[in-house]
Design a protein around this ligand. Structure first.
Ligand code: URA
Length: 442
């Protein structure tokens, strides 16, 4: 029998990708396995991520990378007797706190939601950082406890453990600080590796498009959506990608505790219109994929009903309590941490708000301490931005556009200036924009 050719060394594999060659599934598995076991160093993986960023990957390479990263840890087995397991994931945006309200709402409708989320990445926030602003809330759970909580409550909101797609957990942290986030194969493998490891039957993806998203154009976002749907289907999952705009921040808040508070408002029928609508669009698709409704209309009615009858808020209290958090925040949001000082940002001219540059607003919040520029940095859950004026609002000169929630006033002038510059104020009212740009199921 002919002997298999020896695998190239790790530096040779990095160089192959650097030169635009396609790697084989075996080579990719070898790299991810070595990385997971600590034999491929962080600097080598960062170099590989940059080579992938610059040279991209074929669909076959992307699929192999996703599956190798999924298999870097456990693949959770959930009891099929209890109905379908459906999750949602966003490709990342500014002010995107949808998961925090969506998960308990659809769980209250009967969907089983095993949700494994990420931390803030670049200028975008992360669900885990937001949830941790609830006192005592733990996103760390063993796989056994995760399975037990999804069984008993229908939902658990956790981070990647050492057991769930550990290769993604480490690579995600490296990409965050090495300029290698905005890559279709890397985003596909990152999102799907952890989602496929959760044991889901179906997945709804919120693919963000625009200046505050990793995909700036509709064409790139469609390509990412197709990549996600293609690899998801290859792994025999039902996957829907919904493209939504990320030109301006979602809702009225940016920053961890502020966003958690806003998401909790949705559970009791409040909250901003755009956040509520995106939650309903994504939730209705989850309910449909779970087989609990045949069409969007009845699925939306189910969501409205669990909000009205208190079941959604009750579900969130149960989840928070089960994960060690102070469940009273659902009814008493003042229990969330707040920043000691606020700095007003006032309009320097009259007109209508046409938008708030989401990347600039996200970078402003990051600079205040709401996000990280290095993987080992701590974030301040209290700080962030409250947008008092949003797209469509009329403003007079001197009106308060927004407030920075800060640890101390000193040194905040550049942040206030940056946020003011992010506001686009024009003489005439803007046209209404659609909240869904496209839906991709194949
Ligand atoms: N969300 C993820 O989980 N990974 C990415 O790479 C981008 C968004």
């Amino acid at each position: 029998m002919a002997k298999a050719a020896p695998l190239p060394t790790v530096p040779e594999l990095i160089a192959l990708k650097r030169d635009g060659k396609a790697l084989t599934a075996t080579q990719i598995e070898h790299l991810i396995d070595g990385f997971t076991r600590g034999e491929v160093a962080d600097y080598q993986m960062s170099a590989l991520a940059m080579a992938i960023y610059l040279r991209s990957m074929t669909p076959a390479e992307t699929a192999a990378l996703t599956l190798a990263m999924r298999d870097s840890g456990d693949v959770v087995k959930l009891s099929q007797a209890r109905g379908r397991y459906v999750d949602k994931h966003s490709t990342g945006g500014v002010g995107d706190k949808v998961s925090i309200c969506l998960a308990p709402i659809v769980a209250a409708c009967g969907v089983r939601v095993p949700m494994v989320s990420g931390r803030g990445l670049g200028h975008t926030g992360g669900t885990l950082d937001k949830l941790e602003s609830i006192e005592g809330f733990s996103v760390d759970m063993s796989v056994a406890d995760f399975v037990a909580q999804v069984d008993s409550l229908g939902c658990a909101l956790i981070g990647q453990t050492a057991d769930i797609a550990p290769a993604d957990k480490r690579l995600y942290a490296l990409r965050d600080v090495t300029g290698t986030v905005e890559s279709i194969p890397l985003i596909t493998a990152s999102i799907l590796s952890k989602k496929l490891a959760e044991g889901i039957d179906a997945l709804v993806l919120d693919v963000k498009v625009g200046r505050g998203a990793f995909m700036k154009s509709l064409d790139d976002a469609r390509e990412l959506a197709r990549s996600l749907v293609r690899v998801g289907k290859l792994a025999k999952k039902k996957v829907t990608a919904i493209l939504t705009p990320m030109e301006s921040p979602l809702g009225r808040t940016i920053g961890n505790a502020l966003e958690t508070r806003e998401a909790l408002e949705i559970l009791t029928g409040g909250g901003p219109r755009d956040l509520r609508e995106i939650t309903f669009v994504l939730g209705a698709e989850m309910i449909r994929l779970a087989g609990l409704a045949k069409a969007e209309g009845p699925a939306r009615a189910m969501m409205a009903s669990v909000i009205d009858n208190g079941a959604a808020a009750r579900k969130m209290r149960e989840i928070i309590a089960a994960q060690g958090g102070d469940a009273r925040v659902v009814d008493e949001p003042d229990r969330l941490p707040t920043a000691p000082t606020r700095v007003k940002v006032k309009a320097d001219r009259a007109g209508f708000v046409h938008g708030i540059h989401a990347l600039e607003a996200g970078m402003t919040a990051l600079g205040l301490g709401a996000g990280r520029t290095r993987a080992d940095q701590a974030i301040d859950p209290r700080v962030g931005i409250v947008l008092h004026k949003i797209r469509g609002d009329r403003v007079a000169e001197g009106d308060v556009l927004a407030e920075l929630h800060v640890a101390e006033r000193k040194g905040t002038a550049p942040a206030a200036k940056r946020l003011l510059a992010a506001y686009e104020i024009k003489p005439r009212a803007p046209k209404l924009q659609p909240l869904v740009l496209d839906t991709i199921r194949r």
